[in-house]
Design a protein around this ligand. Structure first.
Ligand code: ACM
Length: 694
């Protein structure tokens, strides 16, 4: 961008040309912003064939990765040459204090990265990569001296591969994108109620049974697999060979993969495979497809601990990570409360309640991990009932868990919902893919403060860093996963790396837009929606559900339909507890009717006792009705349209409702009645239909 300013000015005026030659160029666009960058006069041109030399094997591997990433992002083709040969780009070892720090000097004669470690050298190379690939083609780098080191040691993203599966190829591209922006932890959520995705040699049914489910809804139920005569299964798993290859790929890019094996809750898939592990004497043998929190817990028999320890031993053999994540979240204790054996065991152990039993459970796991030289990390529920002696806490229910952990001398990672939960939509635009309804935009993520003010400096030293989590209940495809992760992941990179004083959203936003375009050139479809500006409806007579107002936001979600099973599906923004939409102050002058696009969504949500609050059985006709109110939702229905025709169509049906004549600007309110909670009527869009002749 900067390099192109000069030719334009040159064409404009000789006076300005002189100024252009002497004025230092602006700082290079590097994300995360480096600690110090001093730009001076001069430019380094890097064209195809330019060489990189590195002094040692790790540096050479970094050079190869730099060359490969540069070519993939549309920059010049670089050659890696042997030590001793002259190089335009040099990677060298030298004195740099911080173990992840580096110095980068660019002059018109060449570029030199200096670091004391392989990691530092890699990060210097990635800063250079950003300068080399700012725009496609030959690179013109401003002369600059950069001295840089990270603020935090844990700069992470979490990928949920349980709710939806992503291919190893996608995960490699994600690792590339992370590494290129100095993110260094990929927390891999491998097991949950809806799937067990990691091959465990000793327990093959975990993936033979646990990795496959029938997705919820009428569409998948009708999608019969001719091979079995039963509904086609959704799933997949990672073989140990695939995992080893991914771990090695990440390690070369200075990323640690932290595996997560959930316990004692989120265990439905595991106990469907091995029912003897369940606290419930009669667990379901099918992997479930609802979202939310299932009550399925592991039991606390010695044999079950033996199973979990054997699983962890295979995990440890695959993942060199110091930290092993054991989940610990959302373990509703109903099954433990209902089990006479477990209650008797609690009495014998002298633990006061089920939280105490969970604490005892987690401590047992911690001892096992410690005996193998590893450390336990878990979600903040592991604080309940007493924290295991050396446990690290991942704080997700706000930052209170991290604060409590740090105050008691434990380490913590910040990943609070909702701001670091990337399953939230990042804009309210109608072209935004599904996700949690509450919008978490780039600016909100960027404003996250990773240094809780309530901690003393000594306590703050226990904050290892931060991480954003991509849960994938509503993120069905790899393209959407990329869209949810970036550019917001670039904000995580900058908060985790750059000094607080370097934060400048306007500047970051320009770099994030450029960085997102570069990621797309590399084959990772980062979101463009944050840079598209406000969503002005193109047609004043049409509103997508995402352009309407929800009447309430109890559990607001932008959800996909379940049909067709393959191909485009409609998206519906709805409150699943109260599906109700308002078109505020709709211009109804000359409008004869509304056409409402109506779809049916599976009610596949485990919401516990709250299910009683969902209104159903209020229908007048067998399938229920669309109700349209004029003048707000408190008004009696102006139109009631039976939905018999829509009920027989699993996809979207257009339903017309005639409005009374002579209306001006009014709030239009849309609700449905239904015979049962499942399925749930939802509105994907509304069109105002003019009177004939208008
Ligand atoms: C979580 O979101 N249950 C960690």
């Amino acid at each position: 961008m900067r390099a192109s300013a000069c030719p334009w000015i040159a064409a404009a005026a000789a006076l300005l040309l002189a100024a252009c030659a002497t004025a230092p160029a602006p700082a290079p666009m590097i994300t995360p912003a480096p600690v110090r960058a001093e730009v001076s006069a001069g430019v380094l041109r890097v064209a195809d064939g330019a060489s990189i030399v590195a002094a040692d094997p790790a540096g050479r591997r970094t050079a190869e990765i730099l060359a490969e990433l540069t070519a993939r992002a549309g920059g010049p083709r670089l050659r890696v040459t042997t030590p001793g040969a002259p190089g335009l780009i040099t990677l060298r070892k030298g004195e740099v204090k911080h173990p992840e720090g580096y110095e980068l000097e660019v002059t018109p004669a060449g570029a030199v990265v200096t670091a004391s470690t392989d990691a530092g050298q890699f990060y210097g190379a990635m800063s250079l990569w950003q300068m080399l690939t700012a725009t496609p083609g030959e690179a013109r780098l401003p002369a600059v001296r950069i001295a840089d080191a990270p603020r935090f040691g844990w700069r992470g993203l979490m990928l949920d591969s349980a709710r939806h599966y992503q291919s190893p190829a996608f995960i490699r591209t994600l690792i590339d994108a992370m590494a290129a922006h100095k993110l260094n932890v990929l927390h891999w959520h491998l097991t949950d109620d809806q799937a067990w995705r990691l091959e465990i040699k000793k327990y093959p049914k975990l993936t033979q049974v646990g990795a496959w489910r029938v997705p919820a809804g009428q569409g998948p139920a009708a999608d019969i697999d001719p091979a079995t005569g039963k509904p086609r299964l959704y799933g997949g798993f990672y073989s140990q060979d695939e995992v080893r290859a991914l771990v090695a790929y990440a390690a070369e890019r200075h990323i640690t993969i932290v595996p997560e094996i959930e316990m004692p809750g989120h265990a439905s898939a595991a106990v469907a495979a091995y029912p003897e592990l369940a606290a419930n004497p009669n667990p379901s043998r099918a992997v479930p497809a609802d979202w939310g929190v299932y009550p399925a817990l592991f039991n606390t028999e010695d044999a079950t601990f033996g199973f979990l320890e054997n699983v962890l031993d295979e995990v440890i053999a695959l993942f060199p990570s110091t930290y092993i994540h054991v989940g610990g979240d959302e373990a509703v204790k109903d099954e433990w409360k209902a089990s006479p054996r477990i209650q008797a065991q609690m009495k014998a152990l002298g633990v006061k309640d089920e939280h105490g039993l969970q604490s005892w459970f987690i401590q047992r796991m911690e001892r096992h991990l410690a005996s193998r030289g590893r450390r336990l990390i878990g979600w903040d529920e592991i604080l309940e009932g007493g924290l295991a002696p050396n446990a690290t806490v991942m704080s997700w229910r706000g930052i209170d868990g991290a604060v409590a952990a740090a105050r008691s001398g434990h380490d913590a990672v910040l990943s609070p919902a909702p701001v670091l939960y990337f399953d939230h939509r990042q804009t309210g635009r109608a072209d935004e893919p599904p996700g949690r309804g509450r919008v978490v935009g780039l600016e909100e993520v960027y404003a996250f403060d990773p240094a809780p003010a309530q901690l003393t400096p000594a306590e703050r030293s226990h904050i290892l860093g931060l991480q954003a989590n991509l849960w994938t209940e509503h993120v069905r495809t790899e393209g959407r996963a990329a869209h949810m992760l970036f550019p917001r992941g670039l904000a995580i990179a900058e908060i985790g790396w750059s000094p607080e004083g370097r934060r400048d959203f306007a500047d970051f936003s320009r770099r994030a837009a450029q960085g997102s375009a570069r990621l797309r050139r590399m084959g990772l479809p980062a979101a463009e929606t944050p840079f598209r500006g406000p969503d002005v409806p193109a047609d004043p007579r049409y509103r997508d559900s995402r352009q309407l107002k929800l009447c309430s936001e109890n559990i607001a979600l932008a959800l996909e339909d379940d049909a067709p099973v393959r191909g485009e599906r409609a998206v519906f923004l709805t409150d699943i507890m109260n599906p109700c939409w308002i078109w505020p102050q709709a211009d109804l002058a000359g409008v004869a009717a509304v056409r409402v696009d109506v779809g049916q969504l599976p009610f596949n949500f485990q919401i516990g006792a709250d299910i009683k609050k969902v209104v159903a059985g209020n229908n007048r006709t067998p399938a229920g009705e669309l109700e349209v109110r004029v003048g707000g939702c408190a008004a009696p229905p102006a139109v009631i349209v039976p939905l018999a025709q829509a009920a027989s169509n699993p996809a979207v049906t257009a339903v017309e409702a005639k409005l009374p004549p002579g209306l001006g600007r009014q709030d239009l309110c849309f609700t449905f009645t239904r015979p049962a909670v499942e399925p749930m009527w939802a509105l994907s869009g509304v069109r105002l239909l003019p009177e004939a002749g208008r």
